[in-house]
Design a protein around this ligand. Structure first.
Ligand code: G3D
Ligand code: MG
Length: 202
């Protein structure tokens, strides 16, 4: 009886809590993407004025609930000197969203190098990765297929995990909803390897 009741209690009041890292070079659009995600998934979230977003020095956090899943986001600063902090979060993370500025051809190789460093890290082994070619709304930006060409060569570093590349506009919100839902499915699939923490709804 106790098991039954506690099972019911869990079903009604507990969420499965996961942690998602948002990585990429500075100016890629990470904080804009987080704000857009919160705006889309949190009914009561008013959202901040996108033009007020300033460069992230420490860490932005945010959370959304999708059914019984709670995603906690960590949006880390992308400047070179801050990239060394990324790996402190790897062991605790259930997924990575890696954001590329498709309008910045000059830094695409730099972004790829940072991506390779991230993806080969043993503490992220098997963790789902969503690679986003952001700023697709800008005329003349690299197309998703161009970004794919740059990011493809070291695909063997990726290992056995769910990974997808998609085009988005964090500013306009295009592609945000579908991407997050894809990621939730992947996170759930990988939850035997990386279980969630259980949390009571507050
Ligand atoms: P970061 O957190 O990765 O450093 P930000 O990046 O979210 O602070 O965004 C950096 C700049 O890129 C911002 O412009 C922001 O408005 C812009 N940006 C982010 N996503 C998009 C997008 O999808 N399309 C376009 N056109 N711009 C985007 P400012 O001018 O404020 O520096
Ligand atoms: Mg930022």
């Amino acid at each position: 009886m106790y098991t039954l009741l506690s099972g019911l209690w869990k079903y009604l009041f507990q969420k499965e809590e996961y942690f998602v890292l948002i990585l990429g070079l500075d100016n890629a659009g990470k904080t804009t993407y987080l704000e857009q995600t919160k705006t889309k998934f949190n009914k009561n979230y008013q959202g901040m004025n996108f033009s007020k977003i300033t460069s992230t020095v420490g860490l932005n956090i945010g959370k959304i609930d999708i059914g019984r899943v709670r995603l906690n986001f960590w949006d880390l600063g992308g400047q070179e000197e801050l990239q060394s902090l990324w790996d402190k979060y790897y062991a605790e993370s259930h997924a990575v969203i890696y954001i590329v500025d498709s309008s910045d051809r000059e830094r695409i190789d730099e972004s790829k190098t940072a991506f390779d460093d991230m993806i080969k890290n043993q503490y992220l082994s098997g963790v789902p990765v969503m690679l986003l070619a952001n700023k697709q709304d800008l005329e003349g930006c690299m197309k998703v297929s161009d970004v794919k060409t740059v990011f493809d060569p070291n695909i063997d570093l990726v290992g056995h995990r769910d990974i997808q590349l998609a085009g988005v506009s964090a500013l306009k919100g295009d592609g945000v909803d579908e991407g997050i839902r894809w990621l939730v499915d992947c996170i759930k699939r990988n939850s035997i390897e990386r279980p969630p923490t259980q949390k009571e709804i507050t």
